[in-house]
Write a protein that binds this ligand. Sequence first.
Ligand code: NAD
Length: 511
Amino acid sequence: MSSLEQVPLSDSNSMRRICTVNPATGMPSQEYLAASDVAVKRAVESAKEAQDDWALIPIEARARVLIKAAKALLDLQEEFAEVISRETGKPILEALGMEVLTGCDLLHFFARRGPRLLADEKISPHLFKHKKAFVTYGPRGVVAVISPWNFPFYLGLSSVAQALVAGNAVVLKPSEWTPQSGRLILELFQAADLPAGLLSCICGDGETGAALVSAEVDQVCFTGSVETGRRVAESCASRFIPVVLELGGKDAMIVCADADLDRAASGAVFGSFANAGQMCTSVERVYVVDEVADAFIRKVLQKTSELRQGDQGQRDIGPMTLESQLRVVERHVEEATSKGARVLAGGRCNPGYSGFFFEPTVLVDVNHEMTLMREETFGPVMPIMRVRDEREAVRFANDTRFGLGASVWTGDKRKGVEIGKQLKTGSVVVNDCLINAAMTELPFGGIDESGMGVSVGVQGLRSFCHVQSVALDRFGLKTEMLWFPYTNKKFKLLKRLARIIWGSFLGKLFS
Ligand code: NAD
């Protein structure tokens, strides 16, 4: 039996019963009671108690726990991938490649780099030459991690691992629809002998999440929808606690006339349909320059027709995870077609299955009057819009309230980067898609309604830290220029010094 805090799936103080559904069949899958407010409070209290000692342990020792967790993950990779695949409906190869193995890499990355990235940072004061200074990155305390169902293992693990290595304790609340995948994270750290109380996993719904946010936590790291993110941000703001918000997206793909159309079409198909389109950085809108649009669409249709949809064996596209999300997809497609969009592939639930299977769908003749081009669809749907030129593509791409990611496809990489810089997004990729989120050294986050702050990268890791500036006096002089008493002599001296520092060549010494 592990020493870790276990908040049971069944909580005797709770009254709310949650029933998850098997996405492949649409049948009930498991039932549990949401953690009560009492259980949430207890988890936060245990975390607080355990965190004091954890923060005093050298970061190298904390990093060793991450390495142990990574080793356990390697040993359990297939078992974990099966749980994630079963619960979400995603193909097992996707669960392995995009959740388990990226998780393994992330644990190694932050274990190896964490000690250096969070070491005291020496600063050379440009003006106060008689002082020493440095910046420290200490833990904040107890971090609440609230995660969604679309990447139920990796997204939770990412925040948990970074928060822990930085010296924090964590209370994790996975999505109510994927509790087992969330609890795998707890199992992993149990296997790595993480000290008791430092990590808890409380299972429950939005009410449980709200109770956690308003408990005595010191930071919230939230990944989910814009609507919930806003509520979480308001709650954090009222208590002045820092919050990282990783929210929805409506990523645009721009296909220039000089693009490698074969690669671009493969990228579009992967970017729109991987994980049944349920990725925050899925390709949700394609803008293709008119002169290559026909050829591009032909290739997209060919590649889409080769996809295998199913619930087991070798398959590319699984069911959607939730029926409610499937209904959103249906609504967007129906509304678009009623306004003149044409479906060239898919466009309906797959009649061969009783679960939540929506066929990979390609639409043309779309415009920005359609919800499909404005709201997050979060399903296997690729709307393609013809544009006059790249400038028009940029204008349409920026015509959104989201700002998560985007991709540009062109034979001229420099031009691709230039176009990318004109896009108002947290990340951009040239001639690829969905990759930024897996590159652990890159900060990942959105602007506008796609969120606030970043996860991963140096900036992401440091966002789990309390940044403290430390200054030291070097020489122990009896007094300082601006200390009392204020005299006319000091006044004149200050004016002379100002001329030397900011009005003469000697200023270089102070830059
Ligand atoms: P959601 O907002 O419904 O739920 C997310 C989590 O918040 C769940 O654990 C839920 O129980 C909890 N929650 C609900 N109400 C709460 C409240 N009032 N207070 C605290 N917690 C509460 O989102 P979802 O449907 O699970 O996830 C899909 C969304 O997540 C999509 O919009 C997707 O784009 C986004 N997402 C973003 C990223 C990113 O990195 N930007 C990554 C993955 C998913």
